[in-house]
Design a protein around this ligand. Structure first.
Ligand code: DGL
Length: 262
């Protein structure tokens, strides 16, 4: 029997779990290592050079320690900066997470699309280039949220997060001019799908929320092959760079395909 493949999924915090969940669905047989760089969270509040200087060597250390077959950078704020550095320095295949502007604009009927990311992601040249190349005539509104990643973490960890606080972060996505309204919002931060039910409920009008996680999972399966399909419920590990343990580890199990991470 061929050796089990190891997939390492990396984010600044718990947001990458929304990507992990889809990757586990596509490759239930793989071993998973999830790394939350909570010591440096939130990435959206750091400068570009600081993020590159933090993430590139850290991912190198993780590759040395865990020898993964593939690394998913499940963070837009980092991926829009570090992918070329990682690919230049390490041999392992990488899959990044960048704003899904192309499919969003291709699918928008009103031709009004909003991109909801961290302040860092919406400022990036990478994101501007995606708009230049793929807006396909749509009007794109960039919305940088300062707090929604932290609110998403708080909600997942069982904290009370008010509707008002969420609405304040998402309201600028809803644009109406000459009776034409935004009909598509790109979730350009992997944390935000953690609040999906509340985003849908609080939206001033219905929109398509574009979560790139299923496309990322397909890319992983393309690169690694579809595997043997057999789940290994024992093998998942969760690492926080702060060294803490998540108090609700069992509640994170659904993101790992039902396995409780060690
Ligand atoms: N989950 C990260 C992303 O996709 C960012 C959250 C943070 O600011 O650390 O952009």
């Amino acid at each position: 029997m061929p050796a089990r493949q190891t997939i390492l999924v990396f984010d600044s915090g718990l947001g990458g779990l929304t990507v992990l969940r889809e990757v586990v669905r596509a490759r239930p047989d793989a071993r998973y290592i999830y790394v939350a760089d909570d010591k440096f969270f939130p990435y959206g509040h750091h400068g570009e050079q600081q993020i590159i200087a933090r993430v590139v060597p850290l991912v190198g250390e993780l590759i040395d320690a865990h020898e993964p077959d593939l690394v998913v950078i499940a963070c837009n704020t980092a991926s829009t900066l570090v992918m070329s550095h990682l690919r230049a320095q390490y041999q392992v295949p990488f899959v990044g997470t960048v704003p899904a502007i192309k499919p969003a604009c291709a699918g928008s009927k009103s031709r009004r699309v909003s991109v909801l990311g961290t302040r860092g992601t919406v400022k990036r040249e990478y994101t501007q280039a995606l708009i230049r190349d793929f807006a396909q005539g749509c009007k794109v509104t960039l919305v940088g949220s300062g707090n929604l990643a932290a609110l998403s973490e708080a909600a997942l960890s069982g904290g009370a997060v008010s509707d008002q606080d969420i609405l304040a972060e998402i309201a600028p996505c809803f644009v109406e001019d000459s009776s034409v309204r935004t009909d598509t919002v790109v979730l350009a931060c992997t944390h935000f799908p953690l609040l999906m039910d509340r985003l849908v409920a609080l939206a001033p009008w219905p929109v398509d929320w574009i979560d790139p996680a299923p496309a990322i999972a397909r890319r992983v399966a393309d690169l690694l092959g579809s595997g043997c399909g057999e789940a290994d419920h024992a093998d998942a590990e969760m690492i926080f760079t702060s060294g803490r343990r998540h108090p609700l580890r069992q509640t994170l199990a659904p993101f790992f395909g039902g396995r409780a991470p060690a």
